[in-house]
Structure formats: C-alpha cells, structure tokens
Design a protein around this ligand. Structure first.
Ligand SMILES: CC(C)(COP(=O)(O)OP(=O)(O)OC[C@H]1O[C@@H](n2cnc3c(N)ncnc32)[C@H](O)[C@@H]1O)[C@@H](O)C(=O)NCCC(=O)NCCS
Ligand SMILES: Nc1ncnc2c1ncn2[C@@H]1O[C@H](COP(=O)(O)OP(=O)(O)OP(=O)(O)O)[C@@H](O)[C@H]1O
Length: 198
C-alpha cells in the first residue's frame, strides 16, 4: 500500500513522518527530493537560474533558498514558473525511490507530499493521510519555526489550498492541535484500521 502523507505548511507532516519512521516504514519525502534535484550543476538548477537570473545562485553554485522563497511566495506567476521547472524532476525521483523500496520488499511505502492536492497527485497513492491544525496554531508554529513575521507566514499559508479542503479529500485525518502524544495515538488507530500494523 502506498500512503500519501500531506497537510499544509507547518501542519505537522514531518512530525508524523518521524513517527512513521519509528514503525520502520520507508518514507519518500518530497521536500528532501526537492533539494536533491537542484544540486549544483544539475540541469534543473540551470533552468531555474535561466528563468530567475544568476542571483538565485550562491557563490558555491547552490540554490539560494531564501532568495527563491522570497521571489515565489510573493508572486504566483513566479511560483508557477518554478513549479513547472522543478515538479517534473521531483515526481520522477519520487517514483524511482518508491519503486526501489517496493523492489526491496516493502509492503507499505509512505510518500510525504506537501502539495499532493495542489499538484493533483492523488493517483500516486492508495490512501491519503492529512495532518491538520487550526489556522491559529498553524500560523503560530510557522512563525516560531521559521522566524517569520505574521505577514510572511500568512503569504506562505495562502499559497496553498485551505486545510479544510484537504481534510475533505482525506481517507484519514490527524488533528495535530494537541500534544505530540495525542497525534501519535491517532496515528496508531489509523495504521491498525489500514492493517499496516497489528
Ligand atoms: C521555495 C523553496 C526554495 C524554499 O525553500 P525553504 O528551504 O525555505 O523551504 P522548504 O523547501 O523546506 O519548504 C517548506 C514548505 O514550503 C511549502 N512550499 C514549498 N514550495 C512550495 C510551492 N512551490 N508552492 C506552495 N508551497 C510550497 C511546502 O509546504 C514545504 O513543505 C523550496 O521550498 C522549493 O524549492 N520549492 C519548490 C519545490 C516544491 O514545490 N516543494 C514542495 C513539495 S514538492
Ligand atoms: N503537536 C505538536 N505540538 C507542538 N508543536 C508541534 C506539534 N506538531 C508539530 N509541532 C511543531 O510545529 C512545527 C511544524 O511542524 P512540522 O515541521 O512537522 O510541519 P510540516 O507540516 O512538516 O511543515 P512543512 O510543510 O513546512 O515542512 C515544528 O516546529 C514542530 O516541531
């Protein structure tokens, strides 16, 4: 079974992914893959520099993530341009890693895809697990974690579909407003229901 783990920025996906790892389940993480495909010298990074200018590269030839973040979260056209360049490369590498886990005998693979709904990737997975939080908690945790002003945190939140819509498209939902242990308990119930654990 392929489980798609999603949510929105700072809703708690990585926190839940860590718990899934503790069960020994293999995880294919879109944010990790998104870093892999823009390594210095990669064709994808070259295309990004052609589209946005050499100033998105650091002296070492790496992608300047802060700079690219500033550009794309304040400008939908630029965000779409970046997505059109980087998403095909991310998808191809994620599918490769998934196949590798299956070939190695995994019965369940987790695909952690923040933009699963925005990119319409529901067909990639058999079950969708959404990690959700209230808007207030999401805003507070994002501001704390990334040291962002309220305004910068809000533009990032608004660049994604509302969590309420994602909950409607889910096979199961983890409500992550409470403690980490409360979320862990919800996860355990879901994994039992799906026969991933006994
Ligand atoms: C814009 C970039 C450079 C910012 O890097 P930074 O290190 O600050 O953030 P990080 O990569 O950890 O992403 C944090 C979160 O931002 C959100 N996010 C990232 N990219 C996007 C996007 N194109 N649209 C909407 N939300 C996004 C996701 O919720 C993600 O989990 C980076 O996120 C990126 O390369 N984005 C494009 C690839 C992408 O779409 N990644 C999302 C998962 S496929
Ligand atoms: N139940 C919780 N109680 C308190 N803090 C939490 C809880 N869950 C997550 N957090 C904190 O909230 C922040 C966001 O969580 P996390 O990084 O797991 O979100 P995410 O959905 O993976 O975000 P992103 O898409 O931006 O990578 C982190 O700083 C994390 O430590």
């Amino acid at each position: 079974m392929i489980i798609g783990l999603t949510g929105s920025i700072a809703s708690g996906k990585s926190t839940v992914a860590k718990m899934l790892k503790e069960y020994g389940l293999p995880i294919v993480d879109a944010d990790v893959v998104a870093r892999l495909v823009v390594e210095p010298g990669s064709p994808t990074l070259k295309k990004i520099a052609e589209a946005f200018g050499q100033e998105v590269l650091t002296e070492k030839g790496e992608m300047n993530r802060t700079k690219v973040g500033e550009l794309i979260f304040h400008d939908e056209t630029k965000r779409k341009t970046l997505n059109n360049i980087i998403h095909p490369a991310i998808r191809a590498e994620m599918l490769r890693q998934k196949e590798e886990h299956l070939a190695n005998g995994a019965k369940t693979v987790i695909m952690d895809i923040p933009l699963l709904f925005e990119s319409k990737l529901q067909h990639f997975v058999d079950k969708i697990l959404v990690v959700t939080v209230s808007e207030d908690t999401q805003l507070k945790r994002l501001m704390d974690r990334n040291q962002l002003s309220e305004e910068d945190a809000l533009v990032r939140i608004r660049s994604q579909l509302p969590l309420s819509e994602k909950e409607q498209g889910a096979d199961a939902v983890i409500y992550n407003n409470g403690s980490i242990d409360e979320s862990r308990n919800q996860l355990e119930v879901i994994l039992r229901q799906w026969h991933v654990i006994d």
